[in-house]
Design a protein around this ligand. Sequence first.
Ligand SMILES: Nc1ncnc2c1ncn2[C@@H]1O[C@H](COP(=O)(O)OP(=O)(O)OP(=O)(O)O)[C@@H](O)[C@H]1O
Ligand SMILES: CC(=O)N[C@H]1[C@@H]2OC[C@@H](O2)[C@@H](O)[C@@H]1O[C@H](C)C(=O)O
Length: 400
Amino acid sequence: MHSHIQQLFDIAAKPSRKVIGLMSGTSLDGLDVALCELCGDGLDTGIRLLQFTTVDYAADYKQRVKAVFSKRDVDLQAVTLLNPWIGIEHGRMINQCLEQWQLKAADVDIIASHGQTIFHCPKRQHNIAEYGNATLQIGDGDHLAVTTGITTISDFRQKHIAAGGEGAPLAVYGDYLLFSSRDENRIMLNIGGIANFTWLPQTLDAEAVFSSDIGPGNTMMDAFIQKHYPGKYFDKDSSLAKAGSVSEPLLNALKQDGFFALNFPKTTGPEVFNLGYLAKAQQQSGTEQLSHADIMATLNRFSADMIISAIQQTTAKLDNFVIYASGGGIHNPLLMSQIQQALPDVSIKTTADLGINPDAKEAVLFAVLANECLVGGKQKFSNAREGIPGVTMGKISFAD
Ligand SMILES: Nc1ncnc2c1ncn2[C@@H]1O[C@H](COP(=O)(O)OP(=O)(O)OP(=O)(O)O)[C@@H](O)[C@H]1O
Ligand SMILES: CC(=O)N[C@H]1[C@@H]2OC[C@@H](O2)[C@@H](O)[C@@H]1O[C@H](C)C(=O)O
């Protein structure tokens, strides 16, 4: 038996595993690094978040990735060069974190790397007959493993698509295994660049679980700030949005896209929800002359309204459910207050109330997926009807 197979066997046989979960999202703010200790598997997964940090991306890193991000026409050489380069850069960031945490590579069993999505293209978005769902994450796992000396599991979304899904949201697996409760129905609402949610019935009936993207979370607001206020990356504390007024004509135009007519589950990205989408809606509604504050107020309300309607649509006949929010959007006070005002009888908490730092949640979910890849599979959790294949995900890269 190759020592690599023995290594996997030994890790799987341990009473607990130290896994570094990584998430780099569509907001491109930084690399989320979550050092977790996991035991068990499936619904018996136990997890402790030992360390968490977001390693901010330097301006140079952001520029390099943005040059090939969510665009149809890009420099293929740049993509080819970035794939190993991001793997090495992420590896260097992990090595810095281990040094800060006074840990060595040998103290970590596995890295679970999401990589960086540069294009997401479900069939219902491209509508090209010969092709199915597709998505592309770069930041090669082999380069990450060699740079850190740690066995790495990466590229999770391809198996999801190979087994019939759209490659996202993957949060549903970790949400179901970590946050299902027999005491209450739960909605796990993640507000990142794109907003997505998972419905967790208190029956724990896997057939009733589903997860879907909703539409833009922060991505259009961020893109507007980054275009018009160089050096700024987002509307901190909603200050610009609070200074403006919502334009109803623009808001109505923003809500017209065919994506919102699709049934759940569905997925999307900045390929659809971007400044071109905003410009088109402004042209259709004759609102090109709006102030920046009014545009930001309207984009904020747009994200809030789509989140609210997704929740109302899902829980129409239910009253006893609790929302647990996560992702950077929870730090947007106007966004969160609008959601709460529209759902006055609903308790809106964060995953901190469930013991998981809301900023770390997505990175933690990839650690759970890696744990399932190594020791899971017994807990058959799938829901083909809702686009949730019952498969393990991830490609394994050895450090030598
Ligand atoms: N104080 C704040 N005020 C307003 N918005 C904030 C604040 N702090 C963070 N954000 C928002 O959160 C975003 C980062 O959130 P997060 O890291 O969840 O995004 P992401 O993980 O890249 O997205 P995705 O989940 O789509 O991959 C920022 O770009 C910003 O829009
Ligand atoms: C293709 C891709 O990277 N999608 C992301 C994006 O960011 C939020 C939302 O859209 C979600 O569907 C997904 O990430 C999270 C981690 C997921 O897969 O659950």
